[in-house]
Design a protein around this ligand. Sequence first.
Ligand code: F6P
Length: 361
Amino acid sequence: MAKRIGILTSGGDCSGLNSAIRAITLHAIQHYGWEVFGILKGTSGLIRRPMEYTQLTLQNCDSSMLRSAGTILGSTTKENPFFFPSEDGSKTDRSDDAIMGYRELKLDAIIAIGGDGSMRINSRLAKKGGINLVCIPKTIDNDLAQTDYSIGYHTAITVATEAMDRLQPTAASHNRVMVLEVMGRDAGHIALVSGIAGGADVILIPEIPYKIESICNHIKNINKAGRSFALITVSEAIKTEEGGQVLRGKSLNDRPRYGGVSQYLCNQLEEFLNADTRATVLGHVQRGGQPTAQDRILATAFGVKAVDMIAEQDFGKMVAWRNNEVVAVPIDSTIATYNGVNPNGVLIKTAKAMGIYVGEV
Ligand code: F6P
């Protein structure tokens, strides 16, 4: 009998989500003859009454979706079904409504595209309600364990590298130290990769401590060697030298909102190096723009595999990219650990070999 499957996107958006939605829809309809429903705003679409969803077809999932950022289904970072915000500001457990929504829609399975936070919530919901769940990893931070890459990461590092390309000429023209602050939360992948690709002199990531004195000495040596400008890439979640965290408050989901540590660094360099500095906080532009070819391919391969897993009744798993293969791994094994930068890994060695200061390693 033809299956009915749902797709939802939850957590922060990124480039490549629509490519995955398109791939799932095309493969499910063309190969299996199933019906596909897009659930709007994560699990919230299953909770609200009337339910918020849309049927996805070959007509409304054309190739323009490969090229577009964001998610046509919408997403949320604050509507956790277990702590769902009510109009009076209180939070209630609406997980039973989400489970009921799954049954009312007569779904055979759901493909949830999300990061670690969403995966935890969706997995808990699936276990509670007997929902057949397959997850697809997405996050610009690339911090999900068990997969080499998550959707959105390639586009983010491309955007961050391009920002470095744009900062270098202005740094050189004005003899300045330009500091680029990139996203990534507690993982330094975006800073490390865009820093190497963008010719940074200093890369600071949360996984490796640093000393302001070492940065100053490094830049002095660059100046002595005849270059009067420098480029620094810094992860948003690095701490100050004293161990403090620079925050812009909290998000509606109570997670710390990073942003601004690049200005702290500039202030330190102005004080101890007497350098002319400027800070650029790249922010959410890293999550937008056309997905790169790699993200489109990753999202498409993930979408195809997720549909095949439903056909094989292989549930409770996440698709993962490993050694140029797409494989299925248990969701529990993914959310149990965390993929940060390995301070002894090849990229740190590469950066050091290029003469980049990457902290005290
Ligand atoms: O996890 C993805 C991410 O973009 C982080 O890199 C960043 O710290 C955070 O989300 C920003 O979240 P928000 O969109 O809620 O400000």
